[in-house]
Design a protein around this ligand. Structure first.
Ligand SMILES: Nc1ncnc2c1ncn2[C@@H]1O[C@H](COP(=O)(O)OP(=O)(O)OP(=O)(O)O)[C@@H](O)[C@H]1O
Ligand SMILES: Cc1ncc(CO)c(N)n1
Ligand SMILES: [Mg+2]
Length: 745
């Protein structure tokens, strides 16, 4: 990236006057630039034009060419500053600010033009611009942050990686970024990070910036496009492909044991070998039997390998009994391989024992021969001679005990704690260091063999990367990608395997289907702009605070009654097309509920509000938005069949459920709905648990179909879904002010 770009994007400081406090923005900028900030973005939403111009002049003086200076939002200020001879390097624009084309036009080819982008739609729009219009994209937010109120849902590092991979414009990660995130973000393809509070609010901004800069520099060479990449994105070792030996048991179902090890080693760029300690009769539900061949034959396997092949790293898994352990220990003492990772397997994911209880003592003697042990929570407790920890702090404390007691580095794994995250920590008592790795817990049943896979990937990556910390970070990135796609393999009815080659296959063009959960997250994000626009409609605002005029509400209800009658028919059509009985029943029930709702509307509301239908002043006419929406639904079904039809009907559930719940609970505005709200009973209908449940089922049904569909069908489904969301917006916008939308009969 830097070769194409004259600017160093690695560390942007985004200023925040409030966070800089009494020190003042200029002083903080001076310190941050001294610490290594490469771009300063002046961001002040409150300052007047004249104040901004003064600030630009002051900052340009302080920076004195040591970093680039850009201004947030205000192209006019940049232009005016340049006219006054102040050195400003460019502008950073949001999606709703002045167009980037205009900025490029006004500032010329050498200026920096940055753009905030947080959805695929934004990236697609950038791709349509002439090359060179945008220098970098600010992509985020990475983590929830308070410095940008109303920010879109956090992407996380993984979400960032997905977007960064979809564009060739350099992507700078922004939003809640901490120094600890830097290596992971750089690996995820970041061209840099942008920071607000972590520098502006730091007691020592220079030290804070320096820490970011140091972490950035230290992660050089492990970014996805650095070096000559292996399958996992890690550069190859100078000495070639690491030769990695797994000493472990066989899992014939292929998700754990040596089968998982060989796949993992290959997936992260090693040459895999395997000496089998034991055979299990095992599937994703459990272990039915264990056969342990004579330990002398294991010794034969190990010696035969070592006599011919140089082993760069060893991973040790299931050891079955004390005799096997002693055999492996003796071999390790003789051969002394440079990297030894010991996964102290005692119990399988299914709960079955894989190590004789009396062998636990022998295992302790093996520990000091390893460079790293990777116990899960239960195994760590056995090694620490304690009860299993129930908190992450407790896990770390036990890991310190084990590390100090056995003189070995420990990777403590939080996979078995419950909680929203799945942390691991590298604990080295001798060096007095604890390095924590965190990331959200992935909702999946595909966790069979995660421990085996992680430990063999770690052995391989330690051999190729030469250090533990990057090896753990990269192994986790790869494992998490593999976990996320495990269910798509559809292996077994218990805990299925992870998809060891998910990343490799998708990079090689072999489509890896998104999981239903990913479809759900992607689609919801895809309509974030539409949802925001709905939230901001005067109609919705007035509905929320109770100030919506009766006439507008009445018009809306009349339109809605018509809509629901036809919508019900489209649900009945979905039922007719459904591939199985549960789906058929679900859509039929939806059609029925809709009709009930429509009847209730007429009985309780429209009748009340306007008298019997035949006495109304003017006959009912569906408005243009209504007709367009319904035509879209019907067309989706007749053109695209079941898949597109259910994608098109989904926003009517999802958007109403979300809106209804927020309106009723007060998540929408300052307070919950008061009983005096004129439309409280009507709104309450959408906050009901029954509707929430139906919405959940509708999302799950559609996401499952989308996840299994071909990429082309999935794309058409998403288009139909988004189009419906846009129709929802137009539908809400139509009734008020009523005269604006009236369609001539
Ligand atoms: N649901 C999940 N989401 C994200 N990461 C997970 C999840 N479950 C496990 N992990 C990660 O998988 C790795 C293995 O952790 P775990 O504690 O499950 O090991 P284990 O019990 O030894 O596995 P196994 O059952 O295969 O022996 C760790 O890096 C952990 O953080
Ligand atoms: C053979 C084997 N080794 C390790 C594990 C741990 O998951 C397993 N289930 N099976
Ligand atoms: Mg394990």
């Amino acid at each position: 990236m830097s070769s194409r770009h004259p600017f160093d994007l690695s560390l942007t400081l985004v200023t925040d006057a409030a966070l800089c406090g009494e020190r003042g923005v200029a002083a903080v900028v001076a310190e941050a630039v001294a610490g290594g900030a490469t771009i300063v973005q002046l961001r002040d939403k409150l300052a007047s034009t004249e104040q901004l111009l003064e600030q630009v002049a002051e900052l340009a003086g302080v920076i004195d060419g040591r970093a680039a200076l850009v201004v947030n939002d205000r192209l006019d200020v940049v232009v005016a500053a340049r006219e006054r001879g102040i050195r400003v390097d460019g502008v950073h624009l949001g999606q709703s600010d002045a167009a980037v084309l205009a900025a490029r036009d006004a500032l010329g080819p050498d200026a920096i033009v940055g753009l905030t982008a947080n959805t695929r739609a934004h990236l697609d729009a950038v791709a349509r611009l002439p090359r060179g219009t945008v220098d970098y994209l600010g992509v985020g937010v990475i983590r929830p942050t308070s410095t940008k109120p109303d920010h879109p849902p956090a992407l996380g590092v993984d979400g960032f990686a997905v977007l960064a991979a979809a564009t060739d414009v350099p992507c700078v990660a922004i939003g809640g970024v901490g120094a600890a995130d830097v290596p992971e973000l750089r690996r995820a393809g970041a061209a840099g990070v942008a920071v607000v509070s972590a520098i502006c609010a730091a007691p020592d901004p220079r030290a804070a910036a320096a820490e970011f800069a140091a972490r950035w520099a230290a992660s050089a060479g492990i970014e996805a496009d650095g070096g000559s990449p292996t399958a996992s994105g890690a550069p190859r070792p100078a000495g070639g492909v690491p030769r990695v030996l797994s000493i472990a048991g066989s899992d014939p179902s292929g998700g754990a044991g040596i089968q998982a090890d060989l796949k993992s080693i290959a997936a992260v760029g090693g040459y895999g070998m395997a000496a089998i300690t034991a055979l299990t009769a095992q599937n994703t539900r459990g272990v039915r039997g264990v056969h342990v061949p004579p330990a002398t034959f294991l010794a034969d396997q190990l010696d035969t390998i070592a006599d011919d092949i140089e082993v760069d790293a060893v991973k040790i898994g299931m050891l079955a009994n004390a005799e096997v352990i002693d055999t492996v220990a003796a071999w390790l003492r003789r051969i002394r391989p440079p990297v030894v990772v010991l996964d102290p397997v005692m119990v399988a994911t299914s709960g079955d024992r894989l190590l004789d209880p009396d062998a636990e003592r022998a295992l302790r003697d093996l520990l000091p021969l390893a460079d790293l042990v990777t116990p899960n929570v239960a195994e760590l407790a056995v090694l620490a001679d304690a009860e299993p920890a129930t908190t992450w702090a407790g896990v770390i404390a036990q890991a310190e005990t084990v590390s100090a007691g056995f003189g070995v580095r420990v990777l403590a794994k939080g996979g078995h704690l419950d909680g929203a995250t799945a942390p691991d920590a590298l604990v080295d008592a001798a060096a007095a260091t604890i390095v924590e790795f965190d990331g959200e817990r992935i909702a999946t049943t595909a966790t069979h063999g995660t421990g085996c896979s992680l430990s063999s990937a770690l052995a391989t990556l330690r051999a190729s990367l030469g250090a533990w910390e990057p090896a753990v970070a990269e192994a986790r990135r790869w494992l998490r990608e593999s976990l996320r796609h495990g269910e798509s393999l559809a292996v077994g009815g218990g805990h299925g395997p992870v998809h060891h080659f998910a990343g490799l296959w998708s990079r090689g063009g072999l489509a890896t289907a998104p999981t239903p959960a990913e479809v759900e997250a992607e689609w919801w994000a895809e309509i974030a702009d539409v949802r925001r626009a709905i939230d901001e409609l005067p109609f919705i605002r007035a509905l929320a605070d109770g100030s919506l005029p009766r006439t507008a509400f009445e018009e809306y209800l009349a339109q809605d009654a018509h809509y629901l009658r036809v919508y019900s028919r489209t649900l009945a059509e979905a039922s007719r097309l459904a591939p199985d009985a549960p789906a058929q029943a679900f859509w039929a029930a939806g059609a029925q509920r809709c009709l009930d709702g429509e009847l209730a509307l007429h009985r309780d509301r429209l009748h009340d509000l306007r008298g019997p239908r035949d006495q109304r002043a003017r006959p009912f006419e569906p408005n243009a938005a209504n007709t367009a929406y319904l035509d879209h639904l019907v067309a989706s079904g007749s053109r695209g069949g079941y898949a597109e039809l259910i994608a098109a009907v989904l926003p009517c559930y999802w958007i109403y459920d979300d809106l209804g719940r927020r309106l009723v609970t007060g998540g929408f505005g300052p307070e919950a709905l008061s009983p005096e709200h004129p439309y409280a009973d009507w709104l309450a209908m959408y906050g009901e648990p029954a509707f929430e449940l139906a919405t959940r089922q509708a999302i799950d049904t559609v996401a499952a179909v989308a996840s299994r569909a071909t990429p082309a069908v999935r794309a058409r489904m998403l288009r139909a879904f988004r189009r419906s969301a846009e129709h929802e917006l137009a539908f809400f916008a139509a009734p008020w002010p009523a005269d604006r939308i009236e369609v001539d009969a």
